[in-house]
Design a protein around this ligand. Structure first.
Ligand code: NAP
Ligand code: MG
Length: 395
């Protein structure tokens, strides 16, 4: 390696697996260079969460990061780890600093069939992570009255639209987005589609929402035409816009193989639908792509808390390391592409291929054994599975 990966360690079961993956599958084959940040909850607490900010800034410096799953503390976690405060989600902090969009991509194996029979290729869901209903204000109209939307420009000029004249009680909500954020989202989607050589589909309800959703459509089209059309033509990929209801109808009839750019709420709901229809959270990778060209790879799942408590009691766990391993190969491959290290790209491809071949040969962890058809031949613990991959890699 020439330049390091920004390595961010995490918590619980995934923290247990992290060094084993490195020791068995990476460092025997790669002269690994990383800049290590400990994002485990104890160190975040000790550093008043400065370590998360430092890690995000390091990604800005080096361009590529790999992150382990981390605890986002709630009340119970504050007690469990005796925390100074309920620290914010590290992913949220990093995303805000990098201005990125998260894309989830499933890892497909032939012996686990998606619930949607026509799906043959991955469907990547990109969710706009700013605004709309997640930053809305609401009120309960407890008496009859008139509701208005008022926008006051800095110059003092007012624009007013009547929302509704209530004769009884009712509910109200106002939401917003910014042109800048929509544009960053569009850039991230088009960049990642080029990286993956996949078509992009974007859908809203612009026929009904003639100002709000229409603006998303305009910004996407404008960004595409100005910055990406040529590169898409060169790669032989396309950008399509359609209505959201048409999109979901297409989705279940398609064979997959595209990036679906979703508005915030659509992405929240649809990424869970797509993930569960593909089979398992342990087979879902996640990458944060910033419009400035930074990449951060991780598994889509969390710290697998319940497995960790079993592990602490000395029980063998069958936590599936697949998404974590794909996060490593994704980050190594991206680093290698930027630094033009062909042997490292080959290594990342080889490890991915060996992992898929192993599962397809019937050797897998317990979570997949529940889903496999034909049934699993051998059900391995996390460590046994990693050791099996290491054995195959050395051959
Ligand atoms: P989780 O860690 O994703 O696990 C939920 C359940 O999914 C597990 O109990 C397990 O089911 C199954 N599962 C997930 N990953 C698996 C794997 N690799 N192999 C096998 N089974 C797997 O979610 P959680 O337990 O709700 O959250 C735990 C912690 O993770 C929380 O503190 C949360 O804040 C954090 N979290 C972090 C991230 C992130 O850093 N990106 C994302 C989500 C959650 P069974 O128990 O049925 O085996
Ligand atoms: Mg959701």
């Amino acid at each position: 390696m020439i330049n390091p990966l920004v390595e961010m360690d995490g918590d619980e079961m995934t923290r247990v697996l992290w060094p084993i993956i490195k020791e068995k599958l990476i460092t025997p084959f790669v002269e690994l260079k990383t800049e290590y940040y400990d994002l485990g909850i104890v160190n975040r607490d000790n550093t008043n969460d400065q370590v998360t900010v430092d890690a995000a800034n390091a990604i800005k410096k080096w361009g590529v990061g790999i992150k382990n799953a981390t605890i986002t503390p709630n009340g119970a976690r504050v007690k469990e780890y005796n925390l100074k405060t309920q620290w914010k989600s590290p992913n949220g902090t990093i995303r805000a600093i990098l201005d990125g969009t998260v894309f989830r991509k499933p890892i497909l194996v032939s012996n686990i069939q998606p619930s949607v029979k026509s799906w043959k290729k991955p469907i990547i869901v990109g969710r706009h992570a700013y605004g709309d209903v997640y930053k809305s204000v609401e009120t309960y109209a407890c008496h009859p009255g008139k509701a208005e939307l008022v926008f006051t420009e800095n110059t003092g000029k007012e624009t007013r639209v009547t929302i509704h004249e209530f004769e009884g009680t009712g509910i109200l909500q106002a939401m917003h987005n910014t042109e800048e954020s929509i544009q960053s989202f569009a850039h991230s989607c088009f960049r990642y589609a080029l990286d993956q050589k996949m078509d992009v589909w974007f859908a809203t309800k612009d026929t009904i929402s003639k100002t709000y959703d229409q603006r998303f459509k305009i910004v996407f089209q404008r960004t595409f035409d100005k910055y990406y059309k040529q590169d898409f033509d060169l790669q032989g990929i396309q950008y399509h816009y359609t209505l959201i209801d048409d999109m979901v109808a297409k989705l279940v009839k398609s064979e997959g193989g595209f990036l679906w750019a979703c508005k915030n709420y659509d992405g929240d709901v649809m990424s869970d639908l797509v993930a569960s229809a593909f089979g398992s959270l342990a087979m879902m990778t996640s990458v944060l792509v910033s419009p400035h060209g930074y990449f951060e790879y991780e598994a889509a799942h969390g710290t697998v808390q319940q497995h960790y408590y079993k592990h602490l009691k000395g029980e063998k766990t069958s936590t599936n390391p697949t998404a974590l391993i794909f996060a490593w190969t994704g980050a190594l491959r991206k680093r290698a592409e930027i630094d033009e290290i062909h042997s490292l790209i080959d290594f990342a491809d080889k490890l991915d291929r060996i992992l898929i071949e192993t599962v397809e040969s019937g050797i897998m962890t317990g979570d997949l054994a529940l889903l496999a058809d034909p049934p699993a031949k051998q059900k391995l613990s996390s460590i046994e599975f990693i050791e099996e991959l290491a054995r195959r890699l050395s051959n």
